[in-house]
Design a binder for this molecule. Sequence first.
Ligand code: NI
Length: 131
Amino acid sequence: MPTLKIHHIGYLVKKIEKAKKTFEALGYSVEQDTVRDDIRKVDICFLKKDGYRVELVSPFSEESVVSGLIRKYKNAPYHICYEADDPKAAYGELTASGFAAIDTPTPAPALCGRSVVFLTSPVIGMIELIC
Ligand code: NI
């Protein structure tokens, strides 16, 4: 199995500016200020604390890929994103071990255009893989 490292924890929020201030009050610092992702119709901001990175994800349109999720989960963490030393091999191993891709690798403007893919497991739910 290729080595997977945690890149960030994705956190759904309805109000990104207020969420940012609230995480700052907890001691997080903004690593990358809000970037608009027109593909997924979300605003994204990265914060860091103690070596952990949190990604705030906030839909700006009803057509956002997370509009349904935010209705269900409200403000909540909803995925862990991994990066692999060998993304193609990692993708193959993950799909062989029960993960199913729920989209295709798509560029992520908030990650300098690196592509990401979301996969879901019937046992642990959704993860994201940088590929
Ligand atoms: Ni993410």
